[in-house]
Ligand binder design. Structure first.
Ligand SMILES: *Cc1c(COP(=O)(O)O)cnc(C)c1O
Length: 408
């Protein structure tokens, strides 16, 4: 096989947890909303009404994915803003009731860094530990609740290692104690059933570009009985919960993506699970000294995360890219050194094992042939890197300066 960068034998995109392409059906419903139905959805005239219909139809479709009422959907600029809105709004509105927030050590940075920012404002945050599979225990949530607890925020499907948290049980507990529960379900949406009434959640974040919709649009589900303080102020858009002229085309595309995801979920979820398991088994069988990260069964259907010992994740990524395969690693480059992921460290992985982590996230374009290609290409890459590392210590800093490996 050649390793000409511009002509790899095959192109296999396995970074669908970072982002996904816009589906053709989604793009085609969006297009009329740029230049024809371009009105401001707040305007009274026919142009405005046309845009408004687009927005409200999309809201129904997003609600359909979540089993929610359309009025419970607040459009935001994406998953990050939805997380910020959930946390900051609750903190501000319930300040008089208490200042304690419970979250986990394995949240996405959109939650983690928001919690850290709230700590600077005087809130107290408990970051719950997780077990070796990245799971948080319901008892540990129960044990952290105290009189001033106003919010629990636990990720639904973990974006790096794919572990699915026991949200339903945590939801029952939160309900019993009268504490609001938020979940970041960005990775789970369209991959596993996500009905807000079954989950017992009050607030739930999703993002369009993780499920074949456009970037820059997302939503926060807000249970009917829960009040929300806008974090972006201005006009009375989104029933006073998020100001700013609606991203009409984005919203329309997002709605269609949610509708299609929900319709295809049972079949697509099984298909992805089978590809996932084929890839996991192939790697563990063909490459010695590899371990699966994350839960073996309570796992997102599209997530594969393995640690390949004695090699740097970054070096594998660069070599996979040469062969036309796009993946990601669990390391983020900070100040010229490779920082292993906070998620893998929270799971108790030693630094050197966390460094060799490789995340491959499947999507609707992937086929069994793609998996076979990876299983053909990856083992020799690993052998070669292991031979090289026997001679010289790995050049972390060089791989890092090139800026690879941020996990979204
Ligand atoms: C991608 C992601 C986000 C951020 O969503 P954006 O729409 O990119 O802002 C938040 N949480 C999780 C778990 C994600 O995977």
């Amino acid at each position: 096989m050649t390793s000409d960068y511009n002509h790899p034998a095959r192109r296999v995109y396995l970074d669908n947890s970072s982002t996904t392409p816009v589906r053709a059906e989604v793009l085609s419903v969006m297009l009329p909303f740029f230049a024809q139905a371009f009105g401001n959805a707040s305007s009274i005239h026919r142009w405005g009404k046309e845009a408004r219909v687009g927005v409200e139809t999309a809201r129904e479709k997003v609600a359909y994915l979540l089993g929610a009422e359309p009025s419970e959907i607040v459009f935001t600029s994406g998953g990050t803003e939805a997380d910020n809105l959930a946390l900051r709004s609750t903190a501000r509105l319930l300040k008089s009731k208490g200042n304690h927030i419970i979250t986990t050590a394995v949240e996405h940075h959109a939650v983690l860094h928001t919690c850290q920012s709230l700590e600077k404002e005087g809130f107290e945050v408990t970051y719950l530990p997780v077990d070796e599979y990245g799971m948080v225990g319901v008892e540990s949530v129960a044990g952290a609740i105290r009189p001033g607890t106003i919010l629990i925020s636990v990720i639904h499907g973990q974006n790096e290692v794919g572990t699915i948290q026991p949200i339903e049980e945590i939801g029952r507990l939160a309900k019993e104690k009268g504490i609001l529960l938020h979940t970041d379900a960005v990775q789970s949406a369209g991959k596993v059933p996500l009905k807000v009434r079954d989950l017992n959640v009050d607030l739930l974040s999703i993002s369009s570009h993780k499920l074949y919709g456009p970037k820059g649009i997302g939503a926060l589900y807000v249970r009917k009985s829960v009040k929300i303080a806008p974090q972006i102020t201005g006009g009375a858009h989104e029933r006073g919960r998020r100001a700013g002229t609606e991203n009409v085309a984005g919203i329309v595309g997002f709605g269609e993506a949610c509708y299609l995801a929900e319709r295809e979920l049972p079949e697509e979820s099984l298909r992805l699970t089978s590809l996932r398991d084929r890839l996991i088994k192939g790697i563990l069988d063909k490459i010695p000294d590899t371990v699966l990260n994350g839960h073996p069964s309570r796992r997102l259907p599209h997530n594969v995360n393995v640690s390949i010992k004695y090699v740097e994740g970054e070096s594998i990524l660069l070599n996979l890219d040469l062969m036309g395969i796009g993946a990601s690693s669990g390391s983020a480059c900070t100040s010229g050194s490779l920082e292993p992921s906070h998620v893998l460290l929270a799971m108790g992985l030693p630094h050197e094992v966390a460094h060799g982590s490789l995340r491959m996230t499947l999507g609707r374009m992937n086929t069994a042939e793609d998996i076979d290609y990876v299983l053909e290409v990856l083992p020799p890459i690993v052998s070669r890197l292991r031979e090289m590392s026997a001679f010289s210590s790995l050049r972390d800093s060089r791989a890092c300066e090139e800026g690879h490996g941020n996990v979204q």
